[in-house]
Write a protein that binds this ligand. Structure first.
Ligand code: NDP
Length: 384
């Protein structure tokens, strides 16, 4: 029996790597659903190669082109953002790989959980925006949420077999991004192309910028709180520029477990797709002599203030992480279009967090509203 995978965001960095894993393990996995936003050319190519049951193009202006290209095949074509949720509610797949970037991934993921489908979660923003509701849904439906983010996959792997053993703390490692050691007088002149050059990982544009500002690590702290049911003070960040130790768990007896390997997202993707099994692959292995030295240091939160803003949101809770995320998405989008500078992103997030009304226990509707208000306010700051 093959596991039928629904890849939401198949045209992205995670999505394309997941398809490589599926292609290499055709006896174990099939790509049952593929979805894209704007990249219809790649979606069509993927559909012709993997022959899924369904494809969705979220940008409905591209529907005719996809439909025409797949006309001679049995592949069903849907279009529009609503179609993502409708397809997530179907029964033709066994596991969703949630690999859409940003807030747009939230509704289809919630729909998959509501539908009783296990989710391999790459889209961290889903938990940042509405972690309590998403985790509650997974619990209620008794379906696993398997992390794909390398740090969270590491922690998840360290916890296998630990049952109810208590976690004292977790340590999320961070590469430090392309600007490790730099100061504001350097960062003020940083442009998009430089920010997209991550030293260890090849990723989509948004997460690459988030890694450069350290917002990514802040989002991951919030993600970890929900996934592993932790208090904020149980989550520590440690800069580890070689990205070999993907994260650690310290138990209440002081013993620590780490998960290690070369930085390659195909490994946590494969683990999540195959869970609870491990399957062989030919990915390069880490050799302790290259790099021979693993180093660790504290993050520079005075320079990379996005991390402190995210930690504030983590402690504050309620709709604050949702506000942080919305403002950050607007800020990153504007930076990628050269509308604002690197350091302006932090100011924009901070001003939005100060402005939007705090709600301690939001409903899902209130999360949606907070997201919209924060986006509008953050966008208004750019237009000024
Ligand atoms: P990419 O930008 O490379 O890909 C994003 C995917 O989402 C594409 O398929 C894109 O479609 C689709 N998409 C974008 N916006 C929308 C929308 N509004 N509606 C529907 N689909 C949309 O991102 P990554 O693959 O890098 O990241 C995906 C998620 O995984 C993020 O949440 C990220 O934080 C997380 N992650 C990524 C890692 C990585 O190594 N890349 C590592 C750990 C986590 P299209 O291309 O057609 O426009």
């Amino acid at each position: 029996m093959t596991k039928r995978i629904a890849i939401f965001g198949s045209t992205g960095s995670i999505g394309t790597q997941a398809l490589q894993v599926i292609a290499a393990n055709a006896d174990k996995f099939t790509a049952e659903i593929l979805t894209a936003h704007t990249n219809e050319t790649l979606l069509i190519k993927q559909a012709l190669q993997f022959n899924p049951n369904i494809v969705v193009i979220a940008d409905d202006s591209k529907y005719a082109k996809v439909k025409e290209a797949l006309a001679g095949t049995p592949i069903k074509v849907f279009a529009g953002e609503k179609a993502l949720e409708e397809v997530a509610a179907m029964n033709c797949y066994d596991l969703m790989l949630a690999a859409i970037v940003g807030y747009a991934g939230l509704k289809p993921t919630l729909q998959a959980l509501d539908n009783g489908k296990p989710v391999a979660l790459a889209n961290k923003e889903t938990l940042v925006v509405a972690g309590d509701i998403v985790m509650q849904k997974a619990l209620e439906k008794k379906v696993p949420l398997i992390p794909v983010d390398s740090e969270h996959s590491a922690i998840f792997q360290c916890l296998v077999g630990e049952g109810r053993n208590k976690i004292e703390k977790i340590i999320l490692t961070a590469s430090g991004g392309p600007f490790l050691g730099k100061k504001p007088n350097f960062l003020v002149n940083v442009k998009r192309d430089h920010a997209l050059q991550h030293p260890n990982w090849s990723m989509g544009a948004k997460i690459s910028v988030d890694s450069a500002t350290l917002m990514n690590k802040g989002l991951e702290m919030i993600e970890a709180k929900w996934l592993f049911n932790l208090q904020p003070d149980q989550i520590q960040v440690l800069v580890h520029p070689q990205s070999i130790i993907h994260s650690l768990v310290q138990f209440e007896d002081g013993s620590m477990k780490a998960q290690m390997g070369l930085p390659d997202m195909k490994l946590p993707i494969q683990y999540a797709l195959a869970f609870p099994h491990r399957i062989p692959n030919d990915f390069p292995r880490y050799d302790f002599k290259k790099p021979a030295t693993l180093t660790f240091e504290d993050p520079d939160m005075k320079t990379f203030r996005n991390l402190s803003l995210a930690i504030n949101a983590l402690y504050k809770g309620g709709n604050m992480p949702c506000i942080l995320n919305a403002a950050n998405e607007i800020a990153v989008f504007a930076f990628l279009r050269n509308r604002i500078g690197f350091l302006d992103m932090t100011d924009l997030v901070e001003r939005t967090m100060d402005k939007i009304q705090f709600i301690a226990n939001p409903t899902l509707e209130q999360y949606y509203e907070s997201d919209g208000e924060a986006r509008n306010f953050a966008a208004s700051l750019i237009q000024m």
